[in-house]
Design a protein around this ligand. Structure first.
Ligand code: IVH
Length: 678
């Protein structure tokens, strides 16, 4: 028993270390499958020894049963809000005030103002015991179970670099990265649900789920920036607060800097403002904090704000404009999307004139019509979104938008699929072909520079491209006849197409536009199968073994490759037009295991006479076995050496075959062993 407890402790420490490296430090040291193996071993050990399960075990992240509501909890210290302004003069006044009040020029710590959800985390003896939203600043909602599901929130603090205070309450921001937000919305729309307006709402909505399993499915992240309470802990500065947080495994933001003049603050504000569109998360300003914590004490707070901090905000990325028209637009999959054409308006430095309204239900939900005044916003560098209709009392409105009955591009009668309206003419609809061309040429696919929407439409309208593969048959002569195409642009485009005709498998896969198969899945599929042929012929089981591929995607992939027109399309593409750069499958999980120990779940215990544990494991794996750390009913074989302890006892109790090293080596050489006769 004690050895199980030891191993559990060892595994938790290992997993905690790798969580910290992966989620907090962004410097992973082991591959995903090695990490999964650790977690798996811990999980089975805990299943076998339920008395060893503790609150801070990494297995306890993924939520338990749904709850009825969130309890109200008192914060360890008030969670104040910040004085804020967009005006640089207000910032100068803040700095002047501090310079006057203090007897030395202030130094500041500068942090991005993350547009997320403020949260308090409470650790007792290093273990996370409570998490609460800001609420009214004194009391918030206890969302502990949900916060536990966030991978970058340590369930136990590290204490190897700095002692952990017995009580520690910290404050930070929970965010959802822009990419995750977009993926979430895509999924919601595919289910006919209403998308979230921005990453912040999505983060808040995800955190306030009564079912923690739903929260767990959303990749929330956290940055910590403040210590609310830690009796007995004396730190001199905000810089040291950040260092302490990092030492404990609580991730501070990576863009934090210091400044000792207003000019430096302004420069930071400008620099971050320029990066704003490229940051993976939303920020709405910067926060300037007095570095010296003793001086902070002296300055104190007003009823709402600390006097020692200030939020210097960016202009909002919401604007009001008028909808000039709502037009149906046919995409590459045939889905007809209502698009709002708007009076052009600048939001955060970018002029926008179009915004998708997603589908007819969404138009109804938003209640917007042609001619209406609307509020729109831009998040990250995502396409702008219509937030809401701005009422104008007394104005006579146009009729509500109605989907056409026929495809605006090819005239085929449209059909309804859930909330979506679809043009079923996948083969000949010009608008769909334009969409597919643009997708194939996009940056993550074949990356054909110079082939955008405009030229794609031109090629299709002029009949130069009637099917995707025709793209690779374009020549200078015909292109030069098109308006807007001079010799240089023609040569550049043809060179780009030629370059794209030697395509890496993942890019090609993504470029095909198989429904639901995005960039990441394309990469995983390519890695798992190695060659296009292997993927094309893959059975359901092999597809589902690829991480991130579920039954729905499997169905989409299989049906894509089964369709007559796609078979023809691929044959033409791969018949000399496109040469694929392929590699052999790299993932052992996906290729069905082969070798004399194929599929055998094996456990080593005790010291083997000649083999090191590492060599034994390597040999077993090379023979197709799955090496696991603990004995359970699922174990097929135990190899026991000297001083084998509880694992051996357990194997014997469960009637699992036990062999020694000699027999193990012997079996490696003989074929025919299988889990059933082993
Ligand atoms: S400091 C007393 N730092 O902005 C210190 N706040 O009203 C108060 N926020 O509700 C907060 N990033 O949720 C601080 N680096 C940062 C922040 C930050 C975002 C949020 C916080 C707060 C709001 C300000």
């Amino acid at each position: 028993m004690s050895s199980a407890a030891d191993r559990v402790a060892e595994l938790r420490a290992l997993i905690q270390r790798h969580d910290d490296l992966y989620y907090v430090r962004d410097a992973p040291e082991i591959a995903d499958d090695a990490y999964d193996a650790l977690l798996h071993e811990l999980r089975s050990l805990e299943e076998e020894n339920p008395e060893l399960v503790t609150l801070d075990s990494p297995t306890q992240r993924v939520g338990g049963a749904p709850i009825d509501g969130f309890p109200t909890v008192e914060h360890a210290a008030p969670m104040l809000s910040l004085d804020s302004d967009k005006d640089p003069d207000a910032l100068r006044r803040f700095d002047d005030r501090l310079t006057k009040l203090l007897d030395h020029p202030p130094t500041y710590v500068l942090e991005p103002k993350l547009d997320g959800l403020s949260i308090e985390l409470v650790y007792e003896d290093g273990v996370l015991i409570r998490a609460a939203t800001r609420g009214n600043g004194r009391q918030g909602e206890g969302v502990t179970e949900n916060v536990r599901t966030i991978s970058s929130v340590p369930l136990r603090l590290r204490s190897d670099r700095r002692p952990v205070p017995p009580f520690l309450s910290v404050r930070g921001e929970i965010i959802l990265r822009v990419a995750a937000f977009e993926a979430l919305n895509e999924g919601l729309l595919a289910e006919g649900k209403s998308p979230f307006a921005n990453p912040r709402n999505a983060a808040a909505g995800s955190l306030r789920q009564l079912d923690p399993r739903l929260t767990a499915s959303r990749p929330l992240d956290i940055y910590l920036y403040d210590i609310l309470s830690a009796p007995g802990l004396e730190l001199p500065s905000q810089e040291e607060v950040h260092r302490a947080l990092a030492d404990w495994g609580l991730k501070p933001n990576e863009l934090v800097e210091t400044a000792s003049s207003v000019e430096e603050v302004l420069a930071y504000h400008q620099r971050l403002g320029e990066q704003r569109d490229d940051l993976p998360y939303e920020i709405d300003g910067i926060v300037i904090k007095l570095n010296d914590l003793a001086a902070r004490e002296e300055l104190g707070t007003t009823s709402r704000f600390p006097r020692w901090a200030f939020a210097f905000k960016y202009p909002p990325r919401r604007e009001v404009t008028r909808i000039l028209d709502i037009v149906p637009s046919v995409g590459r999959t045939g889905v007809v999307t209502p698009v709002a054409l708007m009076r052009p308006v600048e939001i955060g430095g970018v002029t926008v004139a179009r915004a998708t309204l997603h589908n007819r239900e969404e138009v109804e939900r938003k209640g917007v019509r042609k001619g209406d005044l609307i509020r729109i916003q831009r998040a990250g560098d995502v396409i702008p979104q219509v937030v809401e209709w701005v009422e104008e009392p007394g104005r006579v409105r146009e009729e509500p938008f109605r989907m056409p009955e026929e495809c605006p591009s090819c005239g085929t009668p449209l059909i309804e699929r859930g909330p979506f309206t679809v043009c079923p003419n996948a083969l000949d609809c010009p608008a769909q072909l334009v969409g597919r061309l643009v997708h194939l040429a996009s940056r993550d696919a074949l990356d054909i520079e110079g082939l955008g929407e405009e030229s794609a439409r031109l090629f299709v309208d002029r009949g130069l491209v009637t099917h995707l593969p025709d793209l690779f048959d374009l020549n200078a002569e015909t292109l030069l006849e098109l308006e807007g195409f001079a010799e240089i642009s023609v040569n550049n485009l043809l060179a780009a197409i030629e370059k794209a005709s030697h395509a890496e498998l993942p890019r090609f896969l993504y470029g095909l536009g198989i429904p639901e198969v995005g960039v990441k899945v394309s990469r995983d599929l390519a890695r798992a199968f190695g060659t296009f042929e292997a993927l094309r012929c893959a059975e359901d089981e092999a597809l589902m073994a690829v991480p991130g591929v579920g039954p729905r995607m499997t169905e989409q992939i299989r049906s894509f490759f089964a369709q007559e027109n796609n078979i023809e399309l691929l044959d033409r593409l791969l018949d000399g037009r496109v040469t694929l750069i392929e590699s052999e499958a790299q993932s052992a999980e996906v290729a069905p295991p082969s070798g004399p120990l194929a599929g055998v779940r094996i456990v080593f215990t005790g010291g083997l006479p000649t083999l090191s544990r590492r060599d034994a494991k390597e040999l077993a794996e090379a023979a197709g076995a799955l090496v696991v750390g603990s004995v359970s009913r699922n174990t097929d074989l135990v190899v026991a050496g000297e001083d084998a302890g509880s694992k051996l006892d357990k194997a014997e109790a469960l009637g699992i075959p036990v062999i020694d090293e000699v027999e193990f080596l012997h079996r490696l050489e003989t074929s025919g062993l299988s889990p059933s006769n082993g």
